[in-house]
Design a protein around this ligand. Structure first.
Ligand code: SF4
Length: 388
């Protein structure tokens, strides 16, 4: 028994020496491996990681179910709290990213990289957007959002240019902003009408804890890129500050974020919160007090931490495919998922049955988030217009 305790202490000590990203990978891999070995093995490992059994069983099973390798190039339109009716565009496969944020609603990053390349050809992406726009001519924004970090796509500028040459509406780029220190990324981003970078940390420790970035990305490097971009394009920047309870919502953290925002001087600052199922299941949205504190510490900030209330539009062409594609990037509450189907012409009963059947066939997966069920795309939900 004493030997077993010693071994557990040794393993724990070794884990503490690993970087946060590697530690999470080792932990999740072990969780998945020991899952079939039942309660005795679970007990030992729970003691090593200090995490109750049921919680890591859930983390392991989430890890196994939330990593579809295929994804649609375009989805929506979806009502966005900040961008009105928006068609989403994916230019990198899930989940290729330079960060592995604890709050990410797309699950854990499977390829942590800063390598820029063509992840998918421009033509099929533009065609997918064209098809969506033909069905939804009253779209407010075409938003390159990605199933990872869109600025990793070296054809990002070309994709935007081709869309803009066929459509006179506005384009937006949702980015983590981590690659703006590269001049070619700044050039590609500059073509968008609006750029929405994440600015959720004002110091290196919070930055690492929140985003778990690629090893080559320091806080200073990312801030340098943001400053460079903002010095020329501040008028088109809407900064997003994702507030996470006990990670970046202390007075000290919020002051540091506020000081950085003051320097960058973006046109708008939006406070958001992890209201959909996050990559790390213990992550929580901020308490109301912290949102109030953020509003007072971060100059010009506006509260977008509450869930969107708008109706979800449907698609008469292929309602089920439409639902699956939205759920691939935008986890849906049950009412929203049913809305998509009902607005596509289904009766209430047909919509209920269709959604339950999608869950049974694993085309979508139901996840619990603080007592509320969200639907995300499952492995069986891949379809046409997908990355291969
Ligand atoms: S939230 Fe965005 S930046 Fe962070 S891991 Fe997810 S896709 Fe990457």
């Amino acid at each position: 028994m004493r030997d077993s305790s010693k071994a557990q202490t040794g393993v724990r000590k070794r884990l503490e020496e690993l970087s946060e990203t590697v530690r999470e990978d080792v932990t999740r891999t072990c969780f998945s491996l020991i899952l079939p070995h039942g309660p005795p093995a679970q007990h030992v490992f729970s003691r090593i990681w200090d995490i109750p059994g049921p919680q890591w069983v859930r983390m392991a099973s989430e890890d196994q179910t939330e990593q579809p390798c295929d994804q649609a190039f375009a989805f929506g339109p979806v009502p966005s709290r900040r961008l009105g009716m928006s068609i989403g565009v994916n230019v990198v496969p899930r989940k290729v990213c330079s960060y592995n944020c604890v709050y990410c609603q797309l699950g854990r990053t499977t390829k942590l990289t800063v390598e820029r390349r063509v992840y998918t050809q421009t033509d099929p992406v533009v065609q997918a957007v064209r098809d969506k726009l033909a069905q939804a001519p009253h779209t407010d924004y075409v938003t390159v959002v990605g199933d990872g970090e869109p600025t990793l796509a070296s054809n990002l500028g070309e994709v935007r240019g081709r869309i803009a040459s066929e459509w006179s509406g506005r384009t937006a780029l949702l980015t983590n902003g981590s690659l703006l220190w590269m001049s070619e990324v700044r050039s590609a981003a500059a073509g968008f009408d609006i750029v929405l970078p994440t600015i959720s940390a004002g110091d290196q420790a919070t930055f690492r804890r929140l985003h778990r970035p690629h090893v080559s990305l320091s806080f200073e490097r990312c801030v340098r890129g943001l400053k460079s971009f903002c010095s020329e394009h501040a008028d088109k920047i809407w900064a997003e500050v994702m507030l996470v309870r006990e990670v970046n919502d202390s007075t000290r953290s919020l002051r540091a974020i506020g000081a950085l925002i003051k320097e960058l001087h973006p046109a708008e600052v939006h406070l958001t919160a992890p209201i959909r199922p996050p990559s790390v299941s213990t992550i929580q949205p901020p308490m109301r007090d912290s949102v109030e504190l953020a509003l007072s510490e971060i100059p010009g900030s506006v509260d977008f931490t509450r869930p969107e209330a708008s109706e979800m539009p449907g698609s008469r062409a292929d309602p089920v495919r439409h639902l699956i594609d939205i759920a691939g990037t935008h986890p849906l509450r049950r009412a929203q998922a049913l809305d998509v189907l009902a607005n596509s012409g289904m009766s209430g009963r047909e919509a209920d049955e269709a959604l339950d059947s999608l869950v049974r066939s694993a085309a979508v997966i139901a996840l619990d988030r603080q007592g509320e069920v969200f639907y995300v795309r499952g492995r069986q939900g891949a379809g046409r217009n997908t990355f291969k």
